[in-house]
Write a protein that binds this ligand. Structure first.
Ligand SMILES: Cc1cc2nc3c(=O)[nH]c(=O)nc-3n(C[C@H](O)[C@H](O)[C@H](O)COP(=O)(O)OP(=O)(O)OC[C@H]3O[C@@H](n4cnc5c(N)ncnc54)[C@H](O)[C@@H]3O)c2cc1C
Length: 488
């Protein structure tokens, strides 16, 4: 079952894998495929004119402005390991300041020291942060003595909000944990599934009978904290995409087709599975990795398996808009001595968070300039993600005026929208993904990758692409008869 590309028909050449989607998941899958097997050829098909998907950096006038992610979590090793293979590990850059603020009742309060996985663990710093009332502090302090949920007592799947309120109290959730944890998904903690978003918190309660005891034990015995908890690159996250692209091109075995969406997918025939592209051409291969947003995968899979397409469409997605603004540093009347601030839902502001980009990472703005990035929309205020540019810019300027006292006009403004781009791991997510994987196992020449299944962060997406590559290689090694599971 060997085939050639562009409809030239089957031949006995080297195995050919079609990777649909040129975001970080698809590029990681392609890199894994060509690295693992020197015979494999890969064609990457990407709908837009550039690779990287949500990962992308605008570099202009001396500014480095992220369109999507600005950092990766250092504790997840997938990014560093990939960078080492790509020869760009020396380009990894830590944050230049530590800590952040949380907005509370008209002022910014420093996040307390002793956060572990963004959860407070120490009473003293929490008390001096003045984020919680005395009553809220006492409730937090009582956590180790609260009974752990009996297995299954909180239902098969508990919400993030339900869990943290049950363990640490309403105030600790509303004023501190909610903006930190739900912000990653731009989601609603009452709907996000604990087991799908932060399974480690559930395990800590089960193993230690208390979240605080578990977090403290993990901090005492776990791996030492990395020098910087977050990593990026001197000229932005796009460096990761560029490193991957160079590595793929160097092999001479990867064809990259940008600017042309895949429109249809055909199950294996004489010439293996085939993709029809929007320009009317088709490509045949021996196996397919769909590294796409869930709905785009659903559209391609619907004619082959309507149930898997239905389950893929059932994963809700949220939208966000970011507004990046540059100011003369002299126009900013307060010290930018942190990575930025987050805004709890209960504060009822329009912005979700504000990153002080030029403080967070070196080299983001020319000397004498300050660069901010504000986040809008998400589950909290979905309508703001589709507001026009002028409206978003006005909201961003109001936020900076009211919170930081910035009244000057910005020197530069960039608006980026990500519509339906952020999967929401809501209650029942793990079950939905298990059903998708079980159905997809019936299409053994196919593997799914992307941010919709087992993690939305860049390191999770890299692992997802690598997992999909492993499944496809297993299929190629075993031949057409042996099934492999479908989703990474
Ligand atoms: C604003 C924002 C900030 C974020 N910040 C962080 C952060 O700081 N750290 C972090 O770790 N993560 C962050 N994330 C999450 C992370 O960036 C994403 O989850 C990840 O980049 C998704 O990668 P992906 O390859 O799975 O999907 P995508 O990047 O969505 O790639 C999918 C690709 O498929 C293409 N495509 C779609 N349909 C077709 C088709 N029919 N044919 C061919 N191609 C198609 C798309 O054009 C796209 O390029 C952020 C996300 C957003 C939106």
């Amino acid at each position: 079952m060997r085939s050639s590309s562009d409809g030239a028909g089957p031949d006995a050449g080297p195995p050919h894998v079609l990777v649909v989607g040129g975001g970080i998941s698809g590029l990681a899958a392609a890199e894994s495929l060509v690295r693992a097997d020197a015979r494999v050829r890969v064609t990457v098909v990407e709908a837009t004119s550039r690779l990287g998907g949500i990962v992308g950096t605008d570099r202009s006038d001396g500014f480095v402005m992220e369109r999507g992610p600005d950092v990766v979590v250092a504790a997840k090793p997938a990014t560093r390991l990939l960078c080492e293979r790509l020869g760009i590990a020396d380009r990894l850059q830590g944050t230049q300041v530590r800590g952040a603020y949380v907005y509370r009742a008209g002022a910014l309060r420093r996040l307390p020291a002793g956060l572990s996985g963004m959860m407070p663990t120490r009473l003293g710093p929490l008390a001096t942060s003045r984020l919680l009332s005395l009553r809220g502090l006492l409730r937090f302090a009582s956590e180790p003595w609260r009974a752990a949920a009996a297995p299954g007592a909180a239902g098969e799947d508990e919400s993030l909000e339900g869990f943290v309120v049950r363990r640490m109290g309403r105030e600790a959730y509303d004023r501190l944990v909610e903006p930190l944890l739900t912000g990653i998904y731009a989601g609603d903690g009452a709907r996000l599934s604990l087991s799908a978003t932060f399974p480690q918190l559930q395990s800590l309660e089960r193993e230690h009978g208390s979240l605080l005891r578990g977090l403290r034990a993990r901090a005492a015995t776990g791996a030492p904290a990395p020098a910087s908890p977050f990593l990026s690159f001197p000229t932005g996250m796009q460096e990761l995409v560029e490193g991957l692209t160079r590595a793929l091109e160097r092999t001479g075995r990867v064809a990259i087709r940008t600017g042309v969406p895949a429109r249809a997918l055909r199950a294996p025939g004489v010439a293996g599975p085939a993709l029809t592209l929007a320009d009317g051409t088709s490509i045949t291969g021996d196996a397919v990795v769909l590294a796409l947003p869930a709905r785009a995968s659903a559209a391609l899979l619907a004619p082959l398996d309507s149930a898997v397409a239905r389950d893929l469409r059932a994963i809700p997605h949220g939208s966000t808009a970011t507004v990046t603004l540059a100011y003369a540093a002299a126009d900013v009347p307060r010290a930018l001595d942190a990575t930025g601030y987050v805004v709890p839902r209960i504060e009822e502001r329009d912005a979700l968070a504000c990153t002080w980009a030029s403080s967070k990472l070196a080299g983001r703005a020319p000397a004498g300039m300050a660069l901010f990035r504000l986040f809008f929309g998400g589950a909290r205020r979905p309508a703001l993600a589709v507001l026009d540019d002028d409206g978003l810019q006005a909201l961003a300027r109001t936020e900076l005026r009211e919170v930081l006292g910035v009244t000057a006009a910005p020197r530069l403004v960039r608006v980026t929208r990500w519509l339906d781009a952020m999967p929401q791991y809501e209650l029942g997510h793990a079950g939905r993904v298990a059903a998708i994987e079980a159905r997809a196992a019936g299409l053994p020449w196919l593997a799914l990758a992307g941010n919709a299944y087992h993690g939305v962060g860049v390191p999770d997406c890299i692992r997802s692409g690598e997992g999909a590559a492993a499944r496809v290689l297993g299929w190629l090694a075993r031949g057409v008869d042996a099934p492999v599971s479908g989703a990474a």
